[in-house]
Design a protein around this ligand. Structure first.
Ligand SMILES: [Zn+2]
Length: 243
């Protein structure tokens, strides 16, 4: 039995305010009602045991979010109490810091669900890599998603600085150098330069992580998948671009 199968008792008792307005939360032992009172909805999640299941769970949550049908999953006091005993997140999200792309919101997940690392333009440094490796080695998280998005300010600023041949202030130059290879990869391509660079940056970040020794080993053992995805600010939809 895997760690996830042992530890994940994700019996979140979140009743949807959308689907079952006015229905109170109850414990799982509540007997079926015979009165006209609406039956409380009990959502019991099967433990996530692999990357494919983790991705399905993420995309299901994103579909709820995009359709304005979020269930506010795992945000209850009961969940807070449950995860105070230990964490067992089912997916790692390595995303941009952009305030419009908060992973727990856009995947409709809550406490203890996602292991989130964010930097501008999801640029990697050693602390980031170590954090991602920690999620795999210590927490056995089966899925790592690199998440970029349209109109990324970090990518846009990088393009402007490089095209003007201007040096960035202080440590911002570190970010520019991290994103520069993506811009160089799309030079001469048709279409929108910013969007092309965002997508290339997702692809290159995935490639970089897949080349990391610890992560590559976990992939080879079938314990990890690293994928890339793109978030659309207008629709709220996450699409996998690097499967
Ligand atoms: Zn961004």
């Amino acid at each position: 039995m895997t760690k996830h199968a042992k530890l994940s008792r994700r019996n979140f008792l979140q009743a949807s305010s959308v689907a079952v307005a006015g229905v109170a939360l109850t414990a799982c032992s509540a007997p079926p009602t015979t009165s006209a009172t609406p039956t409380p909805i009990l959502m019991v999640e099967v433990p996530v045991t692999n990357a494919d299941e983790a991705l399905t769970r993420l995309l299901e949550g994103n579909q709820r979010y995009a359709a304005n049908k979020s269930l506010d999953v795992n945000e209850s006091v009961a969940r807070r109490t449950e995860v105070a005993q230990g964490q067992d997140p089912f997916a790692t999200i390595f995303s941009c810091v952009d305030s419009r792309v908060p992973p727990e919101l856009i995947f409709d997940r809550g406490l203890g669900d996602l292991f989130v690392i964010r930097t501008a333009g999801h640029v990697i440094d050693r602390a980031v890599l170590g954090s991602l490796e920690f999620g795999v080695a210590e927490l056995q998280i089966p899925l790592l998603m690199v998440l970029g998005h349209d109109k990324c300010g970090a990518v846009k600023a990088t393009i402007e600085l490089i095209e003007r041949n201007t040096t960035a202030e202080a440590n911002i130059g570190w970010l520019v150098e991290g994103i520069r290879p993506a811009l160089e990869q799309v030079k001469g391509q048709a279409g929108d330069e910013l969007d092309n660079t965002v997508k290339a940056n997702i692809e290159l970040t995935v490639k970089h992580l897949r080349d990391s020794e610890l992560l590559a080993h976990a992939i080879a053992q079938g314990k990890l998948k690293i994928i890339g995805a793109y978030y659309d600010l207008h629709t709220g939809i996450v699409a996998v671009t690097v499967p």
